[in-house]
Structures are given as structure tokens and as C-alpha cells.
Design a protein around this ligand. Structure first.
Ligand code: DGL
Length: 277
């Protein structure tokens, strides 16, 4: 471990089941430009959204162990499914401050809603976990939450069909019941869905506020770092790698996707054997 003096200049670990968490990493890069990031995408074992709690927790635990070897000072679980299924257990197991994407997203939705009807679109696992409804209703029992799993959204985003007639058609079908329910706020509760923001926005109409948990997570991460005295004091000097990317498979594909959404080109992503951690 670094001496306490340098510890706050250590990187932040960010992980996801694959490329989706890059939407969260992008927000951290924007809002916390002094922070270094070590990103891990579990590209060999994606998707998490159709797996059990036990499996998602086991995978997430291995990733946290890997990130600990990178001497991260905080961990962002940039995957809604892992936040829903694994975060609570992992927080008890490690000392490093951790933050997921679910609670920041839920809090943002609570402050956005006027009519007290919030929708959530997410993976099957996140919807089945009931975490968004539980958290929101615990905080305000007068608010109701309507969840809808949209399993085809992830492959559509990964195929680059962010704005496409096929995506429009599928989104219309998924979103019909949310429109009928009269929600005024919709949480994009999966890392990939911010890429479909304009499609979803067009279908839901102007009266519905879309919440991107990535934005709120970066804001709350800043507060968490301050609370623990862990904010990096300055942008790392020349020669220090600001962002490092690791994956469990298919580094080239990851790199192409990263280069399509990050504000700069990434030079490499290293493949590691995550099952060894
Ligand atoms: N990252 C996942 C999430 O936010 C979506 C992709 C997957 O199913 O693994 O829930």
C-alpha cells in the first residue's frame, strides 16, 4: 500500500460486466478530472443481467480482489445488476469505500418526480431484485415505482443501433405500459441505456424526466471522496497513466466501443484472468 500521503492520489476502481460501465467512467472523467481510474470490464462473462444473485456476487467479488491489487482507494460498482445483487455483501467484506449506481439514481428520481410515479427500465436481474422500488418506497411511501425489464436493449446498444427503426419498435413495445401508467420520471437503470436516451426520450415524451444514474453516481463519488479525505489534489503529472483499462476477453472489441463513447481514444485494454482472483 502507498504511504498515507500518497493514498489519496491512488486510482479509483470502476467495474462493470463489460463496456456499459464506461458511461459511468465517462461521467467520472468529466466531473472529477484529477482522478485516476482503473476500469475493469468482465467481457468474458457478460451479461450479468440474466444471471443469479449468487453468480453475480461471486464474479463481483473476484473483480474487487483484482482491483485491490491495483491499490484503488475507492470502488465504483458501475453496473446496475452488480449494484443490485452484490454491493451490500461486498461492502461488508472490504474496507475500501464503495458506491454503486442504484442509490444515486433512485435519489435523483425521488427529487425529480412531481406526481410520485417513477418508472425504472433495467435488466431482468435488477428488476427482479426489486431494489429500486424498495429503496424509493422506503424513502417515500407515497411514491410508486413501476419496473420494466428490457433485455433486448443491451444487445441493441452493443450492436451500435442507438438510433434505428428496429430499436424504435422494440422500445415502443417495452415502454407502452410505462406510458400508460402515467409516470413523470424514468430511471435508465442499466449502464447501456443512456445510449438510448434520445430514442427513449422521443417515445416517453417531454413530460417524462429521464434520470441517468451515471451522472448522480459521479456527483456522489465526489462527496464520498471528500468525506474520506481521499480527493486527489492535482491532476497527475506527465508520465502517469491517468486511465487504465482491463478486460477478461476480447480487448479489441472493448477498445472499439470505448473509443466510440469516451471523449478521447484509449490506447489499450489488457486482458487478465479474472477467475484467478
Ligand atoms: N451492466 C449491466 C447493468 O447495468 C448491463 C449488461 C449486463 O447484463 O451485464 O445492469
Amino acid at each position: 500500500m502507498n504511504g498515507q500521503e500518497e493514498w489519496h492520489n491512488s486510482p479509483i476502481g470502476v467495474f462493470d460486466s463489460g463496456v456499459g460501465g464506461l458511461t459511468v467512467a465517462r461521467e467520472i472523467m468529466r466531473q472529477l478530472p484529477n482522478e485516476r481510474i482503473v476500469y475493469f470490464g468482465d467481457t468474458a462473462r457478460v451479461p450479468y443481467g440474466s444471471k443469479s444473485k449468487e453468480t453475480v456476487t461471486r464474479f463481483s467479488r473476484q473483480i474487487v480482489r483484482f482491483l485491490e491489487t491495483q491499490q484503488v482507494k475507492a470502488i465504483v460498482v458501475a453496473c446496475n445488476t452488480a449494484s443490485a445483487y452484490a454491493l451490500e455483501d461486498l461492502e461488508k467484506e472490504v474496507d475500501i469505500p464503495m458506491i454503486g449506481v442504484v442509490k444515486p439514481g433512485a435519489r435523483a428520481a425521488l427529487s425529480a418526480t412531481v406526481n410520485g410515479k417513477i418508472g425504472v427500465v433495467a435488466t431482468e436481474a435488477t428488476i427482479n431484485s426489486g431494489i429500486y422500488s424498495r429503496y424509493i418506497e422506503e424513502h417515500d411511501s407515497s411514491v410508486s415505482v413501476i419496473g420494466k425489464a428490457c433485455p433486448l436493449f443491451v444487445p441493441l446498444v452493443e450492436e451500435g443501433l442507438w438510433e434505428d427503426p428496429v430499436t424504435d419498435e422494440i422500445a415502443r413495445r417495452y415502454l407502452a405500459e410505462l406510458i400508460d401508467s402515467g409516470i413523470d420520471t424514468l430511471i435508465l437503470g442499466c449502464t447501456h441505456y443512456p445510449m438510448l436516451r434520445s430514442t427513449v426520450g422521443k417515445i416517453m415524451g417531454e413530460g417524462v424526466t429521464l434520470v441517468n444514474p451515471a451522472y448522480e453516481t459521479a456527483r456522489e463519488l465526489k462527496a464520498l471522496l471528500t468525506e474520506h479525505g481521499l480527493e486527489s489534489e492535482h491532476r497527475p503529472g506527465l508520465g502517469t497513466e491517468l486511465y487504465r483499462f482491463f478486460v477478461s476477453d476480447a480487448a479489441d472489441k472493448f477498445q472499439r466501443f470505448a473509443n466510440s463513447i469516451l471523449p478521447y481514444g484509449i490506447l489499450s485494454a489488457r486482458v487478465i484472468r479474472i477467475d484467478e482472483f
